[in-house]
Write a protein that binds this ligand. Structure first.
Ligand SMILES: Cc1cc2nc3c(=O)[nH]c(=O)nc-3n(C[C@H](O)[C@H](O)[C@H](O)COP(=O)(O)OP(=O)(O)OC[C@H]3O[C@@H](n4cnc5c(N)ncnc54)[C@H](O)[C@@H]3O)c2cc1C
Length: 458
């Protein structure tokens, strides 16, 4: 049967069907550190909407699972393709189809990298605001399918705020256009929103009409503030928010993160226990806002440093950007992703400290403090997540939910968090959402086993 599927794909799509061992192996994993079991049947490198429709029609006729892939940078295992499955790569569909400065929109294919889109929009003085730290390596289609966030989203919004319309290939191969090009539009149910963050379970996104912004004028200002501990830093970030000043970026690194980055960059060791906020203001009021924020941080006990020029700002941001590489020097990393209301950040850091003590773990945590999205990192040796780490992660999720937060702020559920999904949704909503996936995909061929566990022990 699997040989038949590959033969059918080959007959329809020729050389776009790739069964080379290296390609099949790379389709098994994303950047979560988790890989699917077994080896995919084939990777289809779609070059057009017709290629996607052809692939999905064959999958539907043969009841073969299809896993859509962008660039495979996901952190939840959503794009991992296993035995008996087809990996459908959209990475080659990377054209900017249309840019309309007058309407502040662009129409793009899904495989374009976020940063390539940014470079294409720069000559028009426009930008697409979602800016995941992976922008140089992740696709716009993947950003939409995961509902990605980034550093600037406290001020400029997440993917959900920046998509007007989508072209989607359904599980039976039909092409659907949802949404609109107008600023306003409330006709019927909002299927565009439903598809954002659906992680490849409802359809294959083959085109996107994006809501753009004009580039922000003025010179951005950068400052850091160091505090004796992470709780003080979290309280200070909440004070900035409640003072009514809106930084473009406000990032928090706890002591373990700061120490690891300083070691990696060969900087002098930070004070023991010290945590740091790195903040950027932008726009015409950037100088005045940086002054106001500095005053709030000093009042909160921070040791504030203001970058004198772009070169010094770059040095300060280098510390934050080196977080992932620094973690990689410590071992294998499970990057978690919980979100809480901003006022609950200090309490969430208290919970993390409690979990560290209970499980005898260090959990280096970096946080988009401007919007309350924390990335606690579990570091371990070897390829498999130890049981103690999953137990601690489970406590972390429960704590975030208790504080009015959510299991995932921007990375999605994929395979890694599906066992906790019911805890947040409750049985009724879990079942309702499951039924919605069946309406889109009655045969269950689109990314099966992702987001929704197929059995309770998954
Ligand atoms: C160093 C690093 C930093 C990161 N920083 C951030 C960050 O700041 N913010 C953030 O949100 N994420 C971040 N991520 C996670 C990741 O980059 C995002 O989730 C990104 O949106 C995934 O895009 P991708 O193209 O790699 O998608 P993939 O990993 O290929 O796929 C992700 C999911 O989307 C589905 N999918 C992909 N394309 C389509 C499509 N066209 N149609 C339907 N379904 C599709 C897949 O099936 C899968 O479920 C980071 C990752 C790394 C490695």
């Amino acid at each position: 049967m699997s040989a038949d599927v590959v033969a059918l794909l080959r007959a329809a799509l020729g050389e776009k069907v790739d069964v080379s061992p290296a390609t099949l192996e790379s389709a098994r994993a994303d950047k979560s550190g988790h890989a699917a079991s077994g080896t995919p049947l084939a990777v289809v490198h779609a070059a057009s909407v017709a290629d996607v429709q052809e692939t999905v029609r064959i999958a539907s006729a043969t009841r073969t699972p299809v896993v859509t892939r962008g660039a495979g940078t996901g952190l939840a295992g959503g794009a991992n393709t296993g035995g008996g499955e087809i990996a459908l790569s959209l990475r080659s569909m990377d054209r900017v189809v249309e840019v309309r400065p007058d309407d502040l929109l662009a129409v793009v294919e899904p495989g374009i990298l976020n940063a390539d889109l940014d470079r294409a929009l720069a000559p028009y003085g426009l930008w697409w605001a979602p800016d995941p730290a992976s922008r140089e390596i992740s696709t716009v289609g993947g950003n939409i399918a995961t509902g990605a966030g980034g550093l600037l989203c406290a001020k400029y919004g997440v993917v959900r705020d920046a998509v007007l319309a989508l072209d989607v290939v359904l599980a039976d191969g039909r092409l659907l256009h949802v949404g609109h090009r107008s600023v306003k539009g409330v006709t019927g149910l909002d299927l565009t929103s439903l598809l954002i963050g659906s992680e490849g379970t409802l359809g294959v996104i083959v085109g996107a009409t994006l809501k753009l912004r004009r580039r922000v004028p003025g010179e951005a200002q950068t400052l850091t503030a160091t505090f004796p501990g992470v709780r003080e830093a979290a309280v200070a970030s909440a004070a900035v928010t409640s003072a009514g000043i809106q930084p473009a970026i406000m990032e928090l690194m706890d002591a373990a993160c700061l120490a690891a980055v300083h070691t990696l960059l060969a900087l002098p060791a930070p004070l023991a226990g010290a945590a740091q906020l790195t903040i950027q203001t932008d726009g015409p009021a950037s100088h005045a806002e940086a002054d106001e924020i500095a005053a709030v941080l000093v009042a909160a006990g921070g040791d504030v440093r203001r970058a004198a020029d772009p070169a010094e700002a770059e040095l300060l941001w280098r510390v934050r950007r080196s977080m992932h590489p620094a973690m990689e020097t410590l071992g294998t990393t499970l990057i978690e992703d919980v979100s809480v209301p901003r006022s609950a950040l200090p309490a969430m850091f208290d919970e993390i400290a409690r979990i560290e003590r209970t499980y005898c773990l260090t959990i280096p945590t970096v946080c988009h403090a401007g919007d309350g999205n924390l990335h606690p990192n579990f570091v371990f040796t070897g390829p498999d997540v130890p049981d103690v780490v999953w137990a601690a992660a489970g406590k972390l999720f429960q704590a975030a939910l208790r504080l009015g937060g959510t299991l995932t702020g921007e990375h999605g559920i994929g395979v890694l968090k599906r066992r906790w999904l019911r805890d947040e949704l409750g049985d009724d909503q879990w079942e309702l959402q499951r039924q919605i996936t069946r309406v889109f995909d009655p045969a269950g061929i689109l990314n099966p086993g992702k987001v929704f566990a197929q059995s309770p022990d998954e």
